[in-house]
Design a protein around this ligand. Structure first.
Ligand code: GLY
Length: 369
């Protein structure tokens, strides 16, 4: 963090914007929204009404504010919720120069971004993420979406925000389990791109998850920088340059994570599933000759250090294998995984054998190597 306790991380590309990381930074919103905006739709997780008050106060001083409380968690990512938001925007006469501000976790960001992307074919959106997971992942990079009966995020678009305000003070009231779950994506960023994240987590895991201290802000900032570098190089996930897999690397561990989430009917936290999925894919990389033993083992050590789960046996291999095959990252019948050749050296592993997939499952399920 800079001397004034605030950092500005710039996201380049065709629609550049800034991610401001600091504490108590609600008053930065008008500057991020710009001068043209008259009306603001404030889409917030309904249970965060009290936490949202300082942000609403800042907005009400400058704009006509339409505050819409949304259902919590994944329930908000539904066509009916998007429809209700569109109706409310229509009734309030929202024009192309008005804006959406989201306030909540990743589901709020995804739904709010989708509403902004689709209203009049796209209006400005500023994200104010309130969970660690949303700060380091959902709020940055422009992915928006809702779920259908067939799966998560099957309807959506890329719609980059006009800005992101990461107020670290919101982490002070975040339930401990949610904070720890968010570390799943942070540690993932360490493995795919920034080993300093791993050093910080391993050398002092307590400090790494202390929302009052100085280590967590550094981790948040480092993880956001990893995400920014990846999305600037490959916004639409069409592939990176010079052999880098591109945005797909952000899905490190996610193929198995999504299968576990499905098997658990989404009652497992995403970051927890990501931690297990990264350990699975590290073992797969070891079995297929990509990764050395020590680095594969480092996965369980790093995720485990902050209290994340590193094994799972709640569903059998056949069920998880079937779920992985319908993951939207699969191409045709070929399963694709991001694996590491080394820390910060991700590559695509396409079509591993069932024998390797099953052997990695056996280790994930608690079996010895
Ligand atoms: N959450 C993965 C991505 O933004 O691409």
């Amino acid at each position: 963090m800079s001397g004034v306790g605030e950092s500005v991380l710039h996201v380049g590309g065709a629609s550049p914007y800034d991610v401001v990381v600091g504490r108590g930074i609600a008053d930065r919103l008008p500057g991020v929204l710009g001068d043209d905006v008259q009306r603001v739709a404030f889409l917030h997780a309904a249970e965060l009404t009290e936490l949202a008050e300082p942000v609403l106060t800042v907005l009400r001083e400058r704009y006509d504010v339409l505050a819409l409380g949304l259902p919590s968690g994944e329930e908000t990512k539904a066509a009916e919720v998007a429809f209700q938001c569109w109706e409310a925007l229509g009734d309030a006469g929202f024009t192309r120069s008005d804006a959406v501000v989201t306030f909540g976790g990743g589901a709020t960001t995804d739904l709010g971004g989708f509403v902004a992307a689709t209203w009049l074919r796209g209006v400005r959106v500023v994200h104010v993420p309130t969970t660690l997971l949303a700060m380091v992942d959902a709020a940055v990079g422009g992915k928006t979406g809702i779920n259908t009966g067939a799966g998560k995020n099957l309807v959506g678009s890329f719609h980059e925000p006009a800005g992101v305000l990461v107020d670290l003070d919101t982490l002070l009231t975040l339930p401990r389990e949610e904070l720890v779950a968010g570390m799943g994506e942070v540690v993932k960023c360490g493995f795919i791109a920034d080993p300093v994240i791993l050093d910080l987590v391993e050398s002092d895991p307590v400090a790494a998850t202390d929302p009052h201290g100085a280590v967590l802000p550094e981790l948040v900032e480092r993880a956001i920088r990893v995400k920014i570098d990846v999305v600037v190089a490959d916004l639409k996930e069409t592939g990176g340059a010079s052999g880098h897999p591109g945005r797909e690397v952000l899905n490190y561990g996610h193929t198995m994570a999504h299968a576990i989430e499905r098997a658990e009917h989404y009652r497992v936290r995403h970051g927890e599933a990501v931690a297990i999925g990264c350990c699975y894919v590290a073992e797969l990389a070891r079995l297929t000759g990509h990764l050395d033993d020590a680095t594969a083992d480092r996965h369980a050590a790093a995720f485990g250090a902050v209290g994340l789960p590193t094994s799972y046996s709640g569903a059998g291999f056949d069920d998880l294998h079937a779920a992985m095959r319908v993951d939207k990252k699969a191409r045709g019948n070929t399963l694709r995984f991001i694996v590491l050749d080394h820390i910060a050296r991700p590559v695509v592993l396409a079509g591993p054998s069932e024998e390797h997939l099953r052997a990695a499952y056996d280790v994930m399920a608690g079996g010895a190597r």
